[in-house]
Ligand binder design. Structure first.
Ligand SMILES: NC(=O)c1ccc[n+]([C@@H]2O[C@H](COP(=O)([O-])OP(=O)(O)OC[C@H]3O[C@@H](n4cnc5c(N)ncnc54)[C@H](OP(=O)(O)O)[C@@H]3O)[C@@H](O)[C@H]2O)c1
Length: 371
């Protein structure tokens, strides 16, 4: 029954997909002493109540002597909310079942605290599913860098624009809506200055699925070519981070500072562009756990060259563009096929005429279909 109810808690946790980050997704189920479900909860929004708190509030006095199943070790620290272990102890819970131990040194220690209070704790139930559920967050907590998702709309011959730069739209409405859904799941969207100049994108969340703050926008722009009348500068400039190198001129720094964007100088790579490793360290420190990289070709090239892409969503339209058109991934690339990084196809979906190809690194793949 532990496995069964933990799966239910994992399903609940997934409801926090568009709001929990940069916190983990967590679900909880409370059973009374007879094994009846008396409370359910999930962590819906970073800064909001934790899953255990929701589930125990719903259970009320019926939790006394019962069991709580939680997908992640209950926290033992005072963060934005009080420690969940105190709430569990206060509710008179007799047994706690946990899928995954919290690797975050600040929040961990919950299991030990519960045991010290004489509460029985069972760990590791559906742990692989719990790990896969929070693979984006785990990358950030363990490596202090965001999980990177690359997204592009491509033709059947792998192009993201025609030779004249026309790119709107390669895929249909259903694919584009799915692409917008990805923005709701990530903490920041990144593009290169080439895309800002070509498409003048808004880079906003539009579906209203994320109850949290607005998404951050990151523009890689070594020499500060982003114009002040770009939409990302004109609308909500405080959400826009323009990243450049020492090559940027003083007038351009002052021009963008006056427009109110956040401007950051980072080291350059060997091609005199923003160095991807330093960028990821910087974004990780800012609290960005999940980064959506929306291109264009040069930007995708640099992220793949740096082996920095964890997950890919390519939306493929049954269309051939041909010619000297922009490919999905440029950069330096690899010399031999043996050197090419391989990914695992996790899901393939149809969206009207298009295909959604969803890949992850093999080591992060949900090979058991979440157990
Ligand atoms: N179909 C799609 O999904 C899709 C999505 C996005 C864009 N697009 C299309 O793609 C085209 C733009 O692609 P693009 O390749 O020309 O431009 P891009 O990848 O958007 O931007 C490239 C520019 O970013 C700057 N940059 C700074 N740091 C960098 C780094 N580490 N690596 C790479 N670039 C860095 C460089 O300019 P500096 O050296 O001046 O800094 C570089 O020229 C447009 O036609 C757009 O419509 C299509």
């Amino acid at each position: 029954m532990d496995e069964y109810w933990m799966q239910h808690a994992l399903d609940l946790a997934l409801r926090g997909r568009c709001g929990a980050s940069p916190n983990p997704m967590v679900g909880a189920v409370v059973l009374d002493p007879d094994g009846l479900v008396v409370g359910e909860g999930y962590h819906a929004r970073c800064g909001g109540p934790h899953a255990e708190v929701h589930a125990l509030a719903q259970a009320g006095g019926r939790a006394l002597g019962g069991t709580i199943l939680v997908t992640l070790e209950p926290c033992a620290h005072h963060g934005r909310t009080p420690p969940c272990v105190d709430v569990i102890i206060g509710a008179g819970i007799r047994r706690v079942v946990v899928a995954v131990k919290d690797p975050n040194p600040i929040a961990s220690g919950g299991v030990e605290r519960l045991r010290a209070e004489g509460i029985e704790v069972t760990e590791g139930v559906r742990s692989e599913s719990g790990r896969i559920l929070n693979r984006r967050w785990l990358r950030w907590v363990q490596d202090h860098r965001p999980w990177v998702t690359a997204k592009a709309a491509i033709s059947l011959d792998g192009r993201i624009a025609t030779r004249t730069g026309d790119s709107q739209w390669i895929t249909g409405e259903a694919s584009r809506s799915r692409g917008l859904e990805l923005r709701e799941e990530h903490d920041a969207i990144l593009v290169g200055v080439g895309t800002v100049l070509a498409d003048n994108p808004r880079l906003t969340r539009r579906l209203g699925l994320n109850p949290g703050d607005d998404v951050r926008r990151v523009i890689l722009d070594s020499r500060l070519r982003t114009p002040n009348d770009a939409v990302v500068v004109q609308s909500d400039p405080e959400q826009t981070i323009v990243v450049h190198t020492s090559a940027a001129a003083r007038e351009d720094r002052e021009r963008l500072d006056a427009a109110g964007v956040e401007r950051v100088e980072l080291p350059a790579d060997e091609r005199d562009r923003v160095e991807i490793g330093s960028l990821l360290d910087y974004l990780g420190d800012l609290g960005i756990a999940a980064l959506l990289v929306e291109g264009g070709a040069e930007i995708h090239g640099s992220f793949f060259d740096a082996d920095a892409v964890d997950e890919i969503f390519f939306f493929v339209a049954p269309m051939i563009i041909g010619g000297e058109a922009t490919v999905a991934v440029s950069g330096v690339g690899v010399a031999t096929l043996e050197m090419a990084r391989r990914y695992h196809f996790e899901e393939v979906h149809h969206h009207d005429d298009d295909l959604e190809l969803h890949c992850v690194r093999p080591e992060d793949a949900d090979v058991h279909g979440s157990d």
